[in-house]
Design a protein around this ligand. Structure first.
Ligand code: DQA
Length: 146
């Protein structure tokens, strides 16, 4: 069974409280439940993680490489400036695994500093702007095979 690690970066643990006009009313716990149900339907084994720490996120990407797991990554604000995260994400895709960058909102329709992703160029693909459905679409792409 394909194993997928769904990784979420800083401030996404505050979903439901943080800017509900942008991110909606649902929490990280709601996302965990939705991902569990989508993964079961798609025949995937998925685990959801969230951290505010760049170092922890980089470590999780190293682990994904070592364990051969595909990744769904919402790098949150790190998207826009973390070369450390980009380098770690590149190891995933250069290692023959798939990494899908996701965003709940559409960063291109927001402030200018959100228009650039340093992760996008090394990702397998990017899905943005569909709320939590961005994660469902990413899982569905991974379940669709290579
Ligand atoms: C986000 C978009 C980023 O610009 C922002 O910093 C986030 C969340 C999204 O899911 O829409 O924290 O990645």
């Amino acid at each position: 069974m394909t194993h997928v690690v769904v990784m979420n970066g800083p401030n996404l643990g505050r979903l439901g409280v943080r800017e509900p006009e942008v991110y909606g009313a649902l929490s990280m716990e709601d996302l965990r439940q939705q991902v569990a149900s989508w993964a079961a339907d798609l025949g995937l084994e998925a685990e959801v993680r969230q951290t505010d720490s760049e170092a922890e996120l980089v470590g999780w990407l190293h682990q994904a490489v070592d364990s051969g797991s595909d990744v769904v990554l919402n790098p949150a604000a790190f998207t826009h400036y973390s070369y450390a995260l980009r380098d770690a994400a590149a190891m995933v895709t250069k290692g023959g695994l798939r990494l899908i960058e996701v965003h709940i909102s559409n960063p291109y329709a927001r402030e200018e500093f959100r228009h650039r992703s340093v992760v996008g160029p090394v990702a397998t693909g990017t899905i943005a702007g569909f709320g939590f459905d961005s994660y469902r679409l990413a899982l569905s792409a991974l379940a669709g095979g290579r």
